[in-house]
Design a protein around this ligand. Structure first.
Ligand SMILES: [Zn+2]
Ligand SMILES: [Zn+2]
Length: 790
């Protein structure tokens, strides 16, 4: 019997004395799909089989991993129980199929060569933070990789950002130019080694190296000396461009205001918060409150930036006030590459600004030459290395609401892991929206949402968009049969779609896509109510939507209700000047009498512009109508004196939320039916707000009453829509849901009203989710076409 082979000489130890003396022998074949290649899966199976004293084999094939085990029934059971439960950290098993076969003895356990010429469906893992084992070696003076900034193994390191093509093999990554030394090669070829087939495997002798340059291109230090020099430069107040995993960061001492403000000036970034990298979790705790889920996120292998509430009183040197002006939250993260760890170990202040290496809204810089050119006016020094970044990838951003982690930007550490779908999808490309663009490719039960690409408003970002589409198509080997895009004719993503003349296209309304993305992500079937609370998206009636109650049933979307539309004076310009929305609401309250009734508000705004806009409002010139919830936030924030103009998207709304203080009361909106639609009218809310402002009510109280009033308005209207349709499931989506107060209370109130509430978990609620919704609707369209024209 194979199981009695010399290697496994221990006797079978059945705990039950009544068991047969000779255990029954079995043989099973299993196949696993998901992220199971390039993550140490075969050595894992090998070791697990050994531990359960089983013989057999394991191999990679085009779909994933296939294996066979033979041994006692009890041992096989134990093996199959552990198999999906104890997988390597980067693996993700989506499907496990097991068949029993007639018993045949097998000798020992083998890793067989891969089957199939191309692993077409092997999934590439996202980039992952340095693991504990590598960290130990990094800090061990006796280890051959002591202080080697590119240490990695099968359980950690770069993946997506270095892959040029599939199958995932070293010569198809940016590690191709480094040939392994004998010591590294030995690890790479040993199935029992932690670096078995670790494609980026490297060491001081054979791998990538780092060096330090000044802004003039002069090399100042190399190797370890460069890494020791950077903390000294930072301590002297320098801004250093540091090449990381998915692009360059601009690093600066987070405790020095003059340094932070210099960085702001050079980067042309007025007030948008900077993220801070802390040396360790305890340092984060010194400045921020961290609950269990937030700690889990901070320490997760994806290492996102986590938005945390700041402590009013804290230990340690104060952080620079200019890091996140007027913000009770701070984006904090922990070092995730060995290079970061070495840097942070040398930093006395324990906190560095680590912001994307770019100027204002351009894509993150990823290439050395590009960095020298584009960052030369921002950085004083450059810490380069020679491992190329093939796919740029920003840091991801997450937060915790109602104990559930939520993503606000999904990029490094998450992409290109797929969203797994409940039913098979057609091959469709979704081109996303205009802001916070992502693209999405679907195939079978997988939806691949790209990393955050950015705002498609300049040629650099459009190029990055095109590169990402091309790259994903290549590494996923998906040939889309349809391109799904937004309804907005002016979006660059829409125009790009219309130029793909070999492929049919489908326009999907913006908020339909929002709700469809929740449906796809959460695996819902059948009709749902959708509450889309958003900036603005092009509606089917040519107005700008964004406060919508929809009934979404796959491809079909019905608008059941919405916020009362108001004029958007001057169109898009209103977005940058929230006081225009304030004026719009005041005008809507009293057309023709705005000046006489609200002069006390109007006098706070630029007089000339006010009179021009009032005329435009009266005559209805350049005043498209909008039911956007985001614009409502802008308007009330401006009325309350929070902001008249903004420097980055959503700023007024965010500061309005931040101003909130515990307080009694709520403003009361109105819900009524007009021409078969539920109209959520916030004008009574605005009216009460105006009265409160005139009484000198504190801003925090105004904000609390507004938030509660809006929540109640939304819940009341959703209840009516629920009664009308008989639907009890509500999907929530849209950029306004980044507002934690509203998200938290709205979800709870809808649940209290008896609704099943579905929210995004794996992708952001903002426009980053649009591409998935488009692809989902596109796929349903193709499937219907196939049914109707067989
Ligand atoms: Zn490792
Ligand atoms: Zn080596």
């Amino acid at each position: 019997m194979a199981f009695m082979a010399a290697k496994r000489s221990e006797p079978y130890q059945g705990s039950n004395l009544l068991m047969e003396a000779v255990p029954s022998m079995k043989r099973c074949r299993a196949r696993l799909r998901g992220i199971v290649q390039g993550v140490g899966f075969r050595p894992y199976v090998f070791q697990l089989a050994e531990a359960h004293r089983l013989n057999g084999w394991v191999r990679n094939d085009t779909d994933g991993v296939e294996l066979e085990v033979a041994g006692t029934g009890v041992n096989i059971e134990g093996f199959l129980r552990d198999l999906p439960a104890r997988t390597p950290p980067l693996a993700r098993v989506v499907e496990l199929e097991v068949h029993e076969l007639p018993f045949e003895p097998m000798e020992s356990f083998h890793i067989l060569p891969s089957r199939g010429d191309r692993p077409r469906r092997a999934l590439i893992s996202p980039d992952t933070c340095v693991c504990e084992d590598c960290l130990r070696e990094l800090r061990d003076p006796d280890d051959r990789r002591y202080r080697y900034p590119f240490i990695n193994c099968t359980n950690c390191g770069p993946r997506y950002t270095i892959v040029r093509d599939v199958p995932y093999d070293r010569h198809r990554t940016t590690m191709a130019s480094f040939s392994m030394c004998p010591a590294c090669r030995k690890e790479y070829e040993d199935p029992l080694d932690r670096r078995f087939h670790a494609q980026p495997n490297a060491c001081w002798d054979c791998g990538p190296q780092a060096w330090l340059e000044d802004a003039g291109g002069k090399v100042l230090a190399q190797g370890d000396e460069a890494l020791r020099e950077v903390p000294r430069l930072l301590a002297r107040g320098a801004v250093v461009a540091v090449k990381g995993l998915g692009g360059f960061h601009l690093a600066a001492d987070a405790t020095r205001e003059e340094v932070v403000s210099r960085l702001r000036r050079r980067k042309i970034r007025e007030e948008k918060p900077f993220a801070v990298m802390f040396a360790g979790l305890e340092d984060v705790r010194d400045y921020c409150k961290v609950n269990e889920q937030e700690e889990g996120l901070l320490r997760s292998a994806s290492r996102p930036i986590v938005l945390l509430e700041r402590r009013p009183v804290h230990a340690g040197p104060p952080l620079a006030p200019g890091l996140a002006p007027r913000n009770r939250f701070l984006g904090a993260f922990l070092p995730y590459t060995p290079l970061h760890v070495l840097l942070m170990d040398g930093i006395r202040c324990r906190a560095l600004v680590m912001t994307s290496g770019n100027q204002s809204d351009e894509p993150i810089v990823a290439d050395n030459e590009e960095a020298r050119e584009r960052l030369k006016h921002i950085a004083d020094h450059f810490l380069f290395h020679d491992r190329d970044i093939h796919m740029r990838c920003d840091d991801s951003v997450a937060c915790v609401i109602r104990s559930v982690p939520r993503l606000l930007r999904r990029a490094r550490g998450y992409a290109p892991a797929p969203v797994f779908l409940a039913s098979p999808a057609e091959a469709v490309l979704g081109t996303g929206a205009g802001l916070k663009n992502t693209v999405c490719l679907t195939r079978d039960r997988e939806a691949f949402v790209s990393q955050h690409i950015g705002d498609l408003e300049n040629i650099e970002t459009l190029r990055s968009f095109e590169r990402t589409v091309q790259h994903l198509r290549k590494i996923l080997e998906i040939r889309p049969r349809l391109v799904a895009h937004d309804l907005h004719p002016d979006y660059l993503s829409t125009q790009w779609a219309s130029r793909q003349d070999r492929l049919p296209t489908l326009a999907v309304q913006h908020h339909h896509a929002h709700i469809a993305s929740v449906v796809a992500e959460r695996g819902l079937a059948g009709p749902v109510l959708g509450l889309a609370l958003d900036g603005a998206g092009y509606g089917t009636d040519g107005t700008f939507w964004g406060g919508e109650i929809l009934r979404v049933d796959g491809e079909r979307m019905d608008r059941l209700g919405h916020l009362r539309p108001v004029p958007l004076p001057g169109g898009d310009g209103a977005v940058r000047e929230p006081w225009r929305m304030a004026l719009s609401y005041l005008w809507t309250l009293a057309p023709g009498r705005t000046e006489s009734l609200y002069g006390d508000f109007l006098e706070r705004w630029p007089a000339e512009k006010v009179s021009v806009l009032l005329q435009m409002l009266e005559k209805g010139i350049n005043c498209p109508r909008t039911s956007s919830c985001g614009r409502l936030f802008d308007g009330v924030a401006a009325l309350a004196g929070i902001r008249t103009r903004i420097t980055h998207e959503g700023q007024a709304a965010m500061e309005w939320e931040q101003a909130l203080a515990p307080a009694e009361g709520a403003y009361e909106g109105d819900v009524r039916q007009e021409e078969g639609e539920w109209i959520m009218d916030p004008l009574p809310i605005v009216n009460e707000l105006v009265e409160d402002i005139r009484k000198g009510t504190l801003t925090g109280v105004l904000s609390a009453r507004f938030h509660r009033g809006l929540e109640r308005l939304l819940v009341r209207a959703t209840k009516r829509a629920g009664e009308q349709t008989g639907l009890r499931r509500v999907a929530l989506s849209g950029g306004v849901l980044q507002n934690r107060c509203l998200s938290r209370s709205l979800e709870a109130a809808l649940e209290a009203a008896g609704f099943q509430v579905h929210t995004h978990r794996e992708i952001p609620p903002n426009d980053a989710c649009i591409s998935l919704g488009q692809a989902h609707v596109g796929s349903l369209y193709l499937q219907r076409m196939a049914r109707e024209n067989p």
